[in-house]
Design a protein around this ligand. Structure first.
Ligand code: LMR
Length: 333
């Protein structure tokens, strides 16, 4: 091989490495992990544990930078940043994948999973695991599912029965399913970035929201909402994702070690999520700003009936078989 060709190859390897975040052989690989929530939440804790373990077990080889609270990229920018290699790991909520994989809309169908255990069973099933690799043609590799918790409705009035939500403006994530869920209640959904929710509620741009307790407490949503209805009507869960080219281009030993670390962190996040939600629910009660409403089984059934038509609307996009598989996870053998 002549010198010129050798130099061209060396340069392109170096440039390729730099684009994907690898630097000089002596320098650690920088992994940027960006997310939109607080450090105290399940995702926030998971990101910090990932950093700790990765830097402990791959000393000098890997450096992890965690950017919480939309401090690097917020909703609407983080996916693009991942695709161009400006960040390397994200954990968007499952509501935020509709442009990449319509089947993932499954997770937002209201009242689909009876509880977090059912959700977990589905995610560990073959159908659930296959969704992790279903976006690789678009440059996104799923590394695992991280839990937050069940969503609760909040507003500045008591929401006891579905008609109480009529006409209210609810902040929703950028999700067609969640949009339809509130339309089914004859409420007005407003798509809004997570970072803008507090101000939206404070200024009255929106009157209500749906969040798990960890996000309500860490975003101080309880300070601007007089009532929370413990509706448990849907899940807020995450897919930990990476840029496929970045991941496949990592040195094999690094990728294998990171894979093991992620498996360990995933277990930890998913074991802790329920306790963190309970802790933050208690903090909301202690703050005394917000009344928590508990529904009777009949009232909960009325909410379920009101939003159930949403399933049919998305059945073709999600697939009836996938919905069936999810329902089966409610009834373990
Ligand atoms: C939201 O936008 O409400 C959530 O996706 C935020 C999060 O990441 O928990």
């Amino acid at each position: 091989m002549n010198r010129l060709i050798q130099r061209l190859i060396a340069t392109s390897v170096l440039v390729g490495g730099l684009i994907m975040g690898f630097s000089h052989a002596d320098e650690p690989i920088v992994i940027k992990f960006s997310h939109v929530v607080a450090d105290t939440t399940p995702k926030g804790q998971g990101a910090l544990l990932f950093k700790k373990l990765a830097e402990e077990r791959l000393p000098g080889q890997v450096q992890v930078e965690v950017y919480p609270n939309s401090s690097l990229y917020g909703d609407g920018q983080e996916m693009d940043a991942l695709l161009v290699g400006d960040v390397h790991i994200l954990a968007p909520s499952l509501a935020k994948f509709e442009h990449f994989q319509k089947k993932i809309q499954l997770f937002d169908l209201p009242f689909l999973f009876d509880n977090m255990e059912a959700l977990d069973r589905f995610q560990q099933s073959e159908a659930g695991q296959s969704l992790l690799t279903s976006m690789e043609d678009k440059g996104i590799t799923g590394l695992g599912y991280w839990h937050n918790g069940l969503k609760q409705l909040s507003a500045n009035k008591a929401l006891q029965v579905p008609r109480d939500a009529r006409g209210l403006k609810f902040r929703v994530q950028n999700s067609a399913v969640l949009d339809e869920q509130f339309k089914a209640l004859r409420a007005n959904p407003r798509k809004m970035a997570f970072a803008e929710m507090y101000q939206g509620l404070q200024t009255g741009v929106v009157n209500g929201a749906e969040n798990p307790y960890t996000n309500i407490y860490s975003q101080k949503i309880h300070e601007v909402q007089s009532h929370i209805t413990e509706s448990n009507h849907g899940v807020l869960d995450y897919m930990l994702i990476t840029n496929t080219d970045f991941w496949n281009g990592l040195p094999e030993n690094v990728r294998n070690e990171l894979t093991d670390i992620i498996a360990e962190v995933t277990v930890e996040v998913n074991n802790q999520a329920a306790a963190l939600n309970e802790r933050d629910k208690q903090s909301i009660i202690d703050a005394g700003t917000t009344e928590i409403i508990y529904l009777t089984p009949e009232q909960r059934e009325a909410w379920r009936d009101a939003v159930r038509p949403v399933w049919e609307k998305f059945q073709d996009q999600v697939g009836a078989e996938l919905i069936e598989a999810a329902l089966q996870s409610n009834n373990p053998q």
